[in-house]
Design a protein around this ligand. Structure first.
Ligand SMILES: Cc1cc2nc3c(=O)[nH]c(=O)nc-3n(C[C@H](O)[C@H](O)[C@H](O)COP(=O)(O)O)c2cc1C
Length: 303
């Protein structure tokens, strides 16, 4: 059975990865996550400068998912290289850097430095960041900004370039096409959905930033629909994520047109979830006489 997934000219050993921001820099999960069997580790966002992140509380549980407003807290590019990369580069699984910034130059800086100093498997470009230059609008909501940014990054690297789409747009297909036109090799679909929770005793938002990103089971149907719609709009691979809590959830994404998946919030519930999901996918493939992950891709076309 072939579980590998090709992106550009590189291969992920299996289709189940750990999502950015939920597995830190890897060392946090040492002994808990089986890195020998992880399809890919997507790092916490890397920005040029260190970031403190937003005021607490910045994670709140709701009835169907998690609200987070981390604010891209991270150690910054310099300490990423000196403190985090040595451990990450020793892992047996592919490591993909999640890259963020508040202006296009930030992304270019991070990718060009990582190009020079690491053998990173590839890059996942988090375009759900506010664009300071354009007055705070999210970079990933403007097709022309996404296409230009992707094209500039493309010039810097021959490694796989994955653009991570935000669902907080009117038509996600337009953004997906813009990334493909700019030269993206794959799309991650989806980032968190805008959400909010109110503390009724204090009569004010629970999270100081007021709105936050919703993840977990509540967003799975949104993610599935996004993958399906994006699948009809582009021809590059899609990495499906959003609310995957078990193998059946992952299989839904694969049947909707994803080539592989990531698990985020599910890792907080069970750090061994990636292996369980991988085994569940294998079992399903056996039962359905599938030989390769690419066999999933035929189904959505029949609907
Ligand atoms: C605490 C937390 C931190 C996150 N940090 C990042 C990040 O740094 N970069 C990014 O692209 N996505 C980040 N995400 C989004 C996840 O990677 C993922 O897209 C989202 O949570 C949906 O997947 P899930 O429902 O499996 O968690 C974060 C999510 C959570 C819950």
């Amino acid at each position: 059975m072939d579980l590998s997934v090709r992106i550009r000219d590189k291969v992920l050993p299996n289709p189940v990865g750990a999502a950015s921001g939920t597995i830190g820099y890897g060392s946090e999960y040492e002994g808990l996550v089986d890195y020998d069997r992880l399809g890919a580790l997507y790092t916490k966002a890397v920005t040029p400068e260190p970031r403190e992140g937003n005021p607490i509380p910045r994670i709140v549980e709701t009835t169907a998912g998690l609200l987070n407003s981390i604010g891209l807290a991270n150690v910054g590019l310099k300490r990423f290289l000196s403190e985090k990369w040595p451990y990450l580069s020793s892992l047996p699984c592919p490591v993909i850097a999640n890259v963020a910034g508040s202006k296009p130059e930030d992304y270019l800086q991070v990718v060009s430095v990582l190009e020079e100093h690491t053998d990173m498997w590839g890059y996942e470009i988090n375009i759900s960041c506010p664009n300071v230059k354009k007055g705070g609008i999210t970079i990933g909501t403007e097709p022309d900004v996404v296409e230009d940014l992707t094209a500039s990054l493309r010039k810097l690297t021959n490694r796989p370039l994955i653009v991570k789409l935000t669902p907080n747009v009117t038509d996600i297909r337009l953004i997906a096409r813009a990334a493909e036109n700019g030269g993206a090799d794959a799309l991650s679909c989806i980032n968190t959905v805008v959400g909010m929770a109110i503390d009724i005793k204090r009569k004010r938002p629970v999270i100081p930033q007021k709105t936050a990103g919703l993840s977990g089971p509540a967003i799975k149907p949104i993610g599935i629909a996004a993958v399906y719609r994006v699948r009809t709009a582009v021809s590059i691979p899609i990495i499906g994520l959003g609310g995957i809590m078990n193998a059946d959830d992952a299989i839904e994404y694969l049947l909707a047109g994803a080539s592989c998946v990531q698990i985020g919030t599910g890792l907080f519930v069970d750090p061994t979830i990636t292996v369980k999901v991988l085994e569940g996918i294998e079992e399903y493939m056996k039962q359905n006489n599938m030989n390769s992950i690419s066999d999933f891709s035929s189904y959505w076309k029949e609907w």
